[in-house]
Design a binder for this molecule. Structure first.
Ligand code: ZN
Length: 73
């Protein structure tokens, strides 16, 4: 029973993270490029103090970046 509860909690957390990954983007502190990462990369990237360690696709620099909420169209 406890194992099932833990499994359900993991699924809920993953769902929240997936939604967050879809609704946020990162802005590179080095070149200013804004970009999105895939949900899987978002989940498995190192994170620290709400920041995620991601690589900029424009200048290939890795940095801790704060996810920025996408503007509504
Ligand atoms: Zn960059």
């Amino acid at each position: 029973m406890n194992r099932l509860k833990a499994f359900i909690i993991i699924i809920i957390v993953l769902a929240i993270v997936a939604v967050r990954a879809r609704k946020t983007h990162f802005e590179c502190p080095n070149c200013g490029q804004s970009f999105k990462v895939s949900i899987l990369r978002y989940i498995f990237s190192l994170h620290l103090l709400f920041r995620r360690y991601v690589k900029c696709p424009n200048c290939n620099k890795r940095a801790l970046m704060l996810p920025v909420r996408d503007k509504k169209p």
